[in-house]
Design a protein around this ligand. Structure first.
Ligand code: SF4
Length: 223
């Protein structure tokens, strides 16, 4: 019987500890689109699985539903990895791969009360920025040239499809974000708090599980 990935990873860490080697360390693609201090704290404290908000859980359920509804039509939740530097590895799970094309699913509602936002699928003209950023990371990690973002209306599950072309320059900048996280983790390991890393979006601190830590250290979360 094949062992689950967690056990294989654990085994590798034990073997590395015995042989004195530094184990390979992972940075997930998705957190790199958000506050990088949060990404660093998450790696340092090992809290990734506790950080899912209600909104993320709704997305998880809908992703699972698509995977089950389409069964063998595509490969779902495909693990990808990209060896980085200093023993670090960029890792991610592509929502689906069909015929060699990576696909990301995004589920959104149109009742957020944002007067300037799109009111329905027809009013969306391109894939959401973060979906494009993450799919572009997967395109580069998988050495593919084109992928697709499927945007679903959560109310009824109609969808619209947007092609995304590989952008090597944008991926280099994305790797720069990974380097910020690595530096942040190293500082945490050396007893320093990476206050110089600030959130990417103005409202990120509101729902962040690390808010008490950031507030206690800096007096306020983002500085
Ligand atoms: S509280 Fe704000 S600054 Fe601190 S880790 Fe969370 S999002 Fe980043």
């Amino acid at each position: 019987m094949e062992h689950p990935e967690e056990i294989l990873d654990f085994n590798k860490r034990i073997e590395n500890a015995i042989s004195g080697k530094t184990p390979e360390r992972k940075i997930w693609v998705t957190p790199l689109s958000f506050c990088l201090r949060k990404a660093a704290l998450s790696i340092y404290l090992g809290t990734f699985k506790y950080e899912r908000t209600g909104e993320m859980l709704v997305g998880t359920v809908l992703h699972k539903w698509v995977g089950e509804a389409l069964g063998e039509e595509a490969d779902f939740e495909v693990q990808v990895g990209y060896p980085f530097e200093d023993g670090w590895k960029l890792v991610g799970k592509v929502d689906a791969v069909k015929g060699g094309y990576p696909i990301e699913f995004k589920f959104r509602g149109f009742d957020s009360g944002d007067e300037n936002g799109p009111r329905n699928l027809d009013e969306i003209e391109e894939a959401p920025k973060l979906a494009r950023e993450q799919l572009n990371a997967y395109l580069n990690m998988m050495d593919k040239e084109i992928g697709y973002v499927y945007v679903f209306d959560r109310n009824g599950l109609q969808f619209k499809v947007f092609p995304v072309e590989r952008d090597r320059d944008a991926f280099e900048k994305f790797l720069g974000r990974a380097r910020v996280v690595i530096r942040g983790v190293k500082e945490l390991e050396n007893g320093k708090f990476p206050s110089w890393i600030t959130p990417r979006f103005s409202n990120e601190c509101e729902t962040c599980i690390f808010r008490p830590i950031c507030s206690a250290i800096n007096g306020r979360p983002s500085k």
